[in-house]
Design a protein around this ligand. Sequence first.
Ligand SMILES: Cc1cc2nc3c(=O)[nH]c(=O)nc-3n(C[C@H](O)[C@H](O)[C@H](O)COP(=O)(O)O)c2cc1C
Length: 359
Amino acid sequence: MDLSVSVGHLHLSNPVMPASGPLTGDHRKMLSIASMNVGAMVTKTISTVPAVVPRPCIVATNNYVVNTELWSEYPPERWVEEFLPLFKESSGLPLIVSLGYSPDDLRALVPVFARFADAFELSTHYVADDPALMRTLIQAVKENSDRPVFLKFDPSVPEPELMAKTVEEAGGDGIVAINSLGPVYPYDQRLNGSPMGSTDGFGWLSGPAIKPVALSMIRRIKRSCSLPVIGVGGITSAADVVDFLAAGANAIQLLSGALIKGKTIYSKILADLPEVLERRGFTCAEDAIDSAVQLNEKTEVRNPVVDDKKCTKCGLCVAICPYFALSMNDKVEVDIQECFGCGLCQSRCPVGAIGGVLL
Ligand SMILES: Cc1cc2nc3c(=O)[nH]c(=O)nc-3n(C[C@H](O)[C@H](O)[C@H](O)COP(=O)(O)O)c2cc1C
């Protein structure tokens, strides 16, 4: 199956990339991820000074990751003289160089990194919830190189629609959504506090828990501008990748999935992707992009219908029903008077025995 996609003028053999972070923190790590045939490489964010990172800096559960990483702990000179030449020598992958943060940082960095970059990604994590500043950041890149520039949005950007329009009007070439969400406080009872090395114990949230936030940002950006979007946040499977494409992403990135499940997740997702696309009725990756349909607003109550042959009587639907409308006798029974038609039981049934409320 043809998995190729385009992000503006950037043509990728497939839509899967690593997200900026520790897995792409030097040439050896980038080459290791590149060997799994991802569609493009994205560097750890590089700034004018090396980051002094509080440790511990990464903790995870099955559902989320919390981190206190900042940007690359290496100075830009090391990237220019060592990491990027060595990466380029061994890999022909399109390279997105992630840079931060101020306009002055960019004026210093863009001219020296342009020869390596097929595109720039700007981390706006600490600086840009201000449209005027976003414009200045884009100008700082455009005045110093002809490479495409993608703006990476923070999930707390107050008006993503306005910001997306601003990026488009200012000449930005695409948007990456989203960065990690926070601050969050990952209390650990064994420590009676946070394990993170930051002064306040706070960190930033990523992984499966933020997937719906990322998808909503993509939808909001897509309806307000015509720029390509790279979706990122919570992807751990090929099914997630297709969800992001359907929501409007032209390509995707992931990091926390690898921190939770292992770094071979990139090759696993790429191996699974053709079958998942086919099962969902797509003949190629491009077909899936922006294919989500908008269902009509509705308020009528539809009651669950339980398929007794499929039901294992596990009792989960009864236990979770927020309207106390389900009970278990010989089988699950629905009290139509009490049922609110909320949909929770159908969404949670582990064997798909409940129909009638959702589609
Ligand atoms: C340990 C860690 C380090 C990160 N470092 C960076 C970074 O240097 N630059 C950046 O733009 N985003 C950084 N991020 C954010 C990720 O690139 C990504 O936007 C976010 O984690 C959501 O995607 P995910 O759920 O697939 O991890 C980092 C995330 C983590 C977990």
